[in-house]
Design a protein around this ligand. Sequence first.
Ligand code: COA
Ligand code: MG
Length: 285
Amino acid sequence: MTQSNRPFRSVLYIPGSKERALDKARTLPADAIIFDLEDAVAPDAKDAARATLRDEIDKGGYGKRARLVRINGFDTPWGNADVAAFRGADIDGILLPKVNSALDIETLAEMISDVPIWAMMETAAGILNAREIAAHPRLAGIVMGTNDLVKELGARPGPDRAEIQTALQWSVIAARADGVCIVDGVYNAFKDEEGLRRECQQGRDLGFDGKTLIHPAQIAIANEVFAPGEEELALARRQIAAFEEAQASGQGVAVVDGKIVENLHVATAKALIAKAEAIAAMAEG
Ligand code: COA
Ligand code: MG
């Protein structure tokens, strides 16, 4: 699967230090995994986690799940060793935390070739520079770091995330301007299914491709919310058929359920069907 048609509905963080969780992930229905060496790993466990993780990735068994490794930043004692340890590893990307500008992406790009780079969007400077970050030629995706962002802004987390709406929307705009993937931040209360569902729906409606998750119990809800629904797909198929019929009789537009269907709606309908097909391919194991 290429990056562009790969589903990123459910993106599960796994601390690189937790062997049991690293193994469990081989059977979990997440579209992607972020193997974490940064904030989920304590300072005195960094070196061991890095070695454990490289071993587990070399063992394989993660199937079609996209594999991203979140390294420590270059302003820490571990960033350089993290990059060095994953040279030549079978991964789909390196995720750089606390990206402030395109220069940070360039620093990583010069250290390692041939690996797509992902950026954590979680600092005030990063949000302001979202456009140049997304536009870096090696940048393949963006992950919102909403906990760090709230902290950096000195904001107070509210029920509908009003305090970070501007940052979320600005980041989606930047990602779309350069055609890169973008995944929403985590929902901390991992036992609150209704709250998670609401936040997934909010992220989906803002344009995100999926949600980062912290616990396996969150996967099914994200997979469901970020997948095209049966009704949506049925409408898409009717729009495509109606448009083709209209064109065959010399019309430029069609009408379905009392609403106009133009070229652009057909493009959206086809993209939706392609997404459903990519998801089905994912499930084929
Ligand atoms: N990925 C894969 N497996 C996970 C997992 C994860 N993120 N979180 C938990 N599991 C596994 C556990 O290993 C356990 O497996 P087992 O049944 O084989 O023993 C099972 O799921 C149930 O776990 P549970 O006991 O409910 O969770 P916990 O109390 O051990 O851990 C957290 C809760 C939040 C600490 C843990 O889920 C976690 O570390 N999440 C990731 C945090 C992270 O990476 N943060 C950084 C980015 S915000
Ligand atoms: Mg963070």
